[in-house]
Write a protein that binds this ligand. Structure first.
Ligand code: HEM
Ligand SMILES: *[C@@H]1O[C@H](CO)[C@@H](O)[C@H](O)[C@H]1NC(C)=O
Ligand SMILES: *[C@@H]1O[C@H](CO)[C@@H](O)[C@H](O)[C@H]1NC(C)=O
Ligand SMILES: *[C@@H]1O[C@H](CO)[C@@H](O)[C@H](O)[C@H]1NC(C)=O
Ligand SMILES: *[C@@H]1O[C@H](CO)[C@@H](O)[C@H](O)[C@H]1NC(C)=O
Length: 332
């Protein structure tokens, strides 16, 4: 009798966990750190070794790979739609405004994919490769580590319009930026922590020129930008031309993943308008910027959490999507 009711209890607990699991599936409940433990135990090590070599060749690659995961996840979820080239009915997201002449590192993803395919044919998705490469890049640049959840599958389409509409632009208003996060299930804390990615990498003159010359259409610069810093930026980013010239987004420690991004914001020396508005348009984001500027550990902890959350945006799991053989094209 006692045994029977214990059994019943176990069954009901099991049933509850299965139900919980299913209810989580829409936001990535089926992803697991062990996904390739049997099918490709070397997967993580292979990704890490290619990323390590690529970042040793060029430190900026850490930033570029981290950004690819973001630009993938904000468009139809983390499904490697970003990696598809134009052709066979697909209009590549790579040509969309946030990516064109800007998103980079695709050849490194190809290198990773071919190394992984050699070891475990058609087993590891391109979407998971992006998630692992983003984590490894962050660590190589001196940032925090986290356990990457795996089991995403790759899309059979891309969304050029989604890439134009869903990835926030540097001159969007604070409200527009925040709603692009809430639309994919991320919140204001994720917004501030993930923006901390701009502690590494580069922006083109075109991404912040408006702040230097004509912030509000009245011929005046952005006065929330330190004016001596602005003058320095103008020397490499002229009123006309020079659009592709590159500038470190964190002028203090451009290749080091640390909290100096937040210190720059508090000193009115953030590069993008979308960075500076975190301190000027909302009391809660200002509080978080101050907290992370004062405490690197808090930033690292929240960054890791928010990256896992971002990696959970609408993954294709189960039998949805496919495991691409080549990240640039759907399987034929
Ligand atoms: C708040 C919303 C965001 C906006 C408006 C934004 C905008 C931008 C812009 C305009 C650039 C420079 C691109 C160029 O000029 O070529 C950039 C670079 C970068 N972004 Fe963001 N970003 C945002 C959030 C994020 C997030 C969430 C991540 C990662 C989790 C991220 C990671 C990066 C990195 C690492 C770079 C440097 C890339 C490189 O050097 O190749 N950004 N971002
Ligand atoms: C991307 O930029 C290139 C070079 O600036 C330009 O020729 C091309 O038209 C752009 N692509 C799209 C889809 O706008
Ligand atoms: C891509 O495919 C998915 C799943 O079939 C679908 O829901 C989505 O609308 C498609 N996106 C585009 C831009 O066609
Ligand atoms: C933002 O920049 C884009 C591209 O440079 C421009 O077309 C648009 O008018 C700007 N938007 C605002 C609100 O300034
Ligand atoms: C600033 O931008 C506005 C509209 O965005 C334009 O009408 C004006 O001519 C520009 N002024 C200067 C000085 O570039």
């Amino acid at each position: 009798m006692a045994a029977k009711s214990t059994n019943l209890m176990i069954v009901s607990i099991l049933f509850t966990s299965v139900t919980l699991c299913f209810s989580q599936s829409s936001n990535g409940g089926f992803l697991s750190p062990q996904f390739y433990a049997r099918s490709c135990p070397q997967a993580q090590q292979i990704v890490n070794s290619v990323v390590t070599k690529a970042v040793a060749r060029e430190p900026r690659m850490a930033a570029s790979l981290l950004r690819l995961h973001f630009h993938d996840c904000f468009v139809q979820g983390c499904d490697a739609s970003l990696l598809l080239d134009t052709g066979n009915g697909i209009i590549s997201e790579k040509g969309a405004v946030p990516n064109n002449n800007s998103a980079r590192g695709f050849y490194v993803v190809d290198e990773i994919k071919s190394a992984v395919e050699k070891a475990c044919p058609q087993t590891v998705s391109c979407a998971d490769i992006l998630a692992l490469a983003a984590r490894d890049s962050t660590v190589l640049a001196g940032g925090p580590s986290w356990e990457v959840l795996l089991g995403r599958r790759d899309s059979r389409n891309a969304s050029f319009n989604g890439a134009n509409n869903n990835i926030p632009a540097p001159n969007n208003t604070f409200q527009t930026i925040l709603s692009s996060y809430t639309q994919v299930g991320l919140d204001i804390v994720d917004l501030v922590a993930l923006s901390g990615s701009h502690t590494i990498g580069f922006a083109r003159c075109t991404s912040f020129k408006q702040r230097l010359y004509n912030q509000s259409g009245n011929g005046q610069p952005d006065f929330s930008l330190d004016q001596s810093y602005a003058a320095r930026l103008r020397t490499g980013c002229p009123r006309s031309g020079g659009d592709q010239n590159l500038f470190a987004m964190d002028f203090i420690s451009p290749a080091k993943f640390d909290n100096s991004y937040f210190k720059n914001i508090l000193n009115s020396k953030a590069m993008l308008n979308s960075d500076q508005v975190l301190a000027t348009r909302n009391r809660m984001t200002l509080g978080l910027v101050q907290k992370y500027a004062a405490n690197n550990q808090l930033f690292f902890q929240q960054f890791a959490k928010s990256m896992v959350k971002m990696g959970n945006i609408s993954p294709l799991t189960g039998s949805r999507g496919e495991i691409r053989k080549n990240c640039r094209a759907i399987n034929t």
